[in-house]
Design a protein around this ligand. Structure first.
Ligand code: HEM
Length: 562
């Protein structure tokens, strides 16, 4: 039976009938014949024909897509665009996948999402384009409406989503503050209190209990408390012995993650979900309520304090107090809503970036004990000069002074090298205001979204040489001194007028915390614990960083103190 059908089918094809004819003739024969056997035979023929047509179609699309992959970096399917490739990328390591495509396309490619998504964008990692985007034509590449609309519920008119005058005003006030001696003193004091009063006791606890800890979680608590002290002037107390639940921090995390979900959801879908109060939009609304309540309470209390104008309040230099004293161009004080936005944005900026960077740093150190040795030698050498210590004077309660932290150049290099390979903000976003053209020739139409991959830039051979994938702090040093790189090659802190405002503070914070830990403890990874990046605005370790701590032997420190 089977052979008969096949030969029958080949016979039809031999007659040179095109596929439409085959379909229509089979269809009419089926209706005209009265013989049940031939009827079923013809039906089968048409099925095979259809299969063949389908196959031909698939082959055609595949060849077409392979051709497009060559020209555009990824297959571009009818209706679905490059979405199937993105879905495959999301299932692997997205940043590695993205980097592979960008490098294949010599630094820039145009991503075409499906027609029903808002994913169309230009993706680049070319330093020439970065300089053009972030500095040369800065005013033509704002954050843009799309970004602002997506983040508005959480970030409002705060510095992250703002453009033009609203951004400029906040930037100017905050920049003056960040560079003032008073602010530096506040940040140094609050960090010292957090590291010595909370971080080290929590780590000691884990040693006493011989229990592994999630170092990323502990560091997140540290920087969250620290940035709240800087932004609001209050201590939320997330980092405490016993590691308590932290409703405000958790609400903040949930609000950020659900806001990010909007970037991969068609606008119409998330707006409808918001209207109907469904899914992630419902979570977002609930989390924002918690964040707002916290902000309102803090702002209310500070207003009362300011009206009393005590000695204590005049000494305050947290961002909330600074912005509360500020007046706009009409001589009006900032509204409560804007004050809330300012604080929430600063918390977002400083919350996870340093802790995530430190987590990747400790993970890399574990793989490179030779780097850890050099850091220890540097730290001990510096302390040695200060106190004129001898090998007998090893101090367990040693506190690093700000001027000593600044001298830790090798540690600075080791952290920069870690940020090169694992930037806390792996990709960032801009929009085209007016038609333009990138230095590499890419045409940019008004309204186009631009994604720049900071992760890819940190790993490109063209920028860092053949050993770009290796962890080598020495590449940042000349004659033992740290030499910084152009912000358009090393973009971990962004560049141009929107360069990270907290860069100096972040280095200080990371160096102080890292040196304080390394001086006292060995940090060993728990075996077989998976370490992969999480898809988020900040490059967290998806499953945290499970480590076992042990006290460093006195002799290990003493050997450097001679
Ligand atoms: C390792 C630590 C850090 C890294 C890698 C980092 C990185 C970045 C990046 C990439 C941006 C640009 C974001 C954008 O425009 O989309 C940025 C902006 C910013 N960062 Fe940081 N940051 C770090 C720590 C901090 C800290 C601790 C603070 C404050 C306490 C801070 C405050 C800011 C602010 C205010 C902006 C906005 C600047 C503007 O738009 O004008 N950052 N940072």
């Amino acid at each position: 039976m089977h052979t008969v059908y096949i030969s029958d089918h080949s016979n039809i094809m031999d007659k040179g009938m095109n596929s439409t004819n085959v379909l229509s003739s089979s269809f009419s024969s089926f209706h005209s014949t009265s013989n049940p056997l031939s009827r079923s035979m013809l039906f089968f023929v048409s099925e095979l024909q259809m299969l063949e047509i389908l196959l031909a179609f698939v082959v055609f699309i595949a060849i077409h897509s392979i051709r497009q992959r060559k020209h555009q970096g990824l297959p571009n399917w009818p209706f679905a665009g490059m979405l199937p490739s993105l879905i495959i990328g999301l299932r692997q390591d997205l940043y590695e996948w993205l980097s592979e495509v960008i490098c294949r396309q010599n630094g820039t490619f145009i991503f075409k999402g499906a027609w029903f998504t808002n994913l169309n964008c230009v993706v680049t990692a070319d330093p020439r384009n970065l300089e053009y985007l972030l500095k040369t034509k800065f005013s033509n590449f704002p954050k843009g409406e799309y970004f602002r609309n997506s983040v508005n519920d959480l970030l409002g008119d705060g510095i992250f989503g703002a453009d033009d005058e609203i951004w400029q005003r906040q930037r100017k006030t905050a920049s003056l503050e960040f560079h003032s001696a008073k602010f530096r003193q506040l940040t140094a004091e609050s960090l010292l209190e957090l590291v010595h009063g909370r971080l080290l006791p929590v780590l000691e606890d884990s040693i006493n209990q011989a229990a592994p800890v999630d170092l990323q979680d502990i560091l997140l608590r540290l920087t969250f408390d620290n940035v709240c002290m800087i932004a609001f002037g209050v201590d939320p107390g997330c980092l405490r012995q016993g590691l308590p639940d932290r409703p405000f921090a958790q609400a903040f995390e949930a609000a950020t993650e659900t806001t990010i979900a909007r970037f991969v959801t068609p606008t119409i879908v998330w707006k409808t979900m918001r209207f109907l109060n469904l899914g992630t939009e419902r979570t977002l609304k609930q989390s924002i309520r918690v964040v707002n309540k916290f902000a309102e309470e803090v702002i209310g209390t500070r207003k009362k304090e300011l009206s009393l104008s005590t000695e204590d309040i005049n000494q305050r230099s947290d961002l909330l107090t600074v912005f509360m004293r500020q007046k706009d161009e009409k001589g009006q004080l900032l509204t409560e809503k804007l004050l809330r936005d300012v604080c929430v944005n600063f918390i977002l900026a400083g919350r996870d970036t340093s802790s995530v960077a430190l987590s990747w740093f400790f993970w890399l150190l574990n793989k490179h004990p030779e780097v850890e040795e050099k850091i220890l030698a540097e730290i001990c050498g510096i302390v040695n000069i200060r106190q004129n210590l001898t090998s007998e004077d090893y101090k367990e309660d040693l506190i690093f002074k700000p001027e000593e932290v600044k001298k830790m150049e090798y540690l600075h290099a080791a952290l920069s090298e870690s940020l090169r390979l694992y930037p806390s903000v792996p990709v960032d976003h801009k929009e085209v205001l007016e038609d333009d053209i990138f230095p590499d020739g890419t045409i940019l139409k008004k309204g186009t979204k631009i994604v720049y991959s900071i992760y890819t830039m940190g790993r490109m051979e063209a920028i860092w040489g053949k050993d770009s994938g290796e962890y080598k702090p020495e590449r940042w040093l000349r004659d033992g001194r740290f030499i910084s790189e152009s912000a358009y090659k090393f973009t971990a802190f962004n560049g141009g007028p929107r360069l990270c405002l907290g860069k100096d503070f972040a280095y200080y914070q990371m160096k102080f915390a890292a040196a304080s830990i390394l001086y006292r403890y060995h940090v060993t990874m728990v075996k077989h614990h998976p370490v992969v990046p999480k898809m988020s605005l900040t490059m967290y370790l998806k499953y945290g960083l499970q480590v076992q701590l042990s006290r460093r032997a006195k002799s290990e420190i003493q050997k450097y103190m001679v």
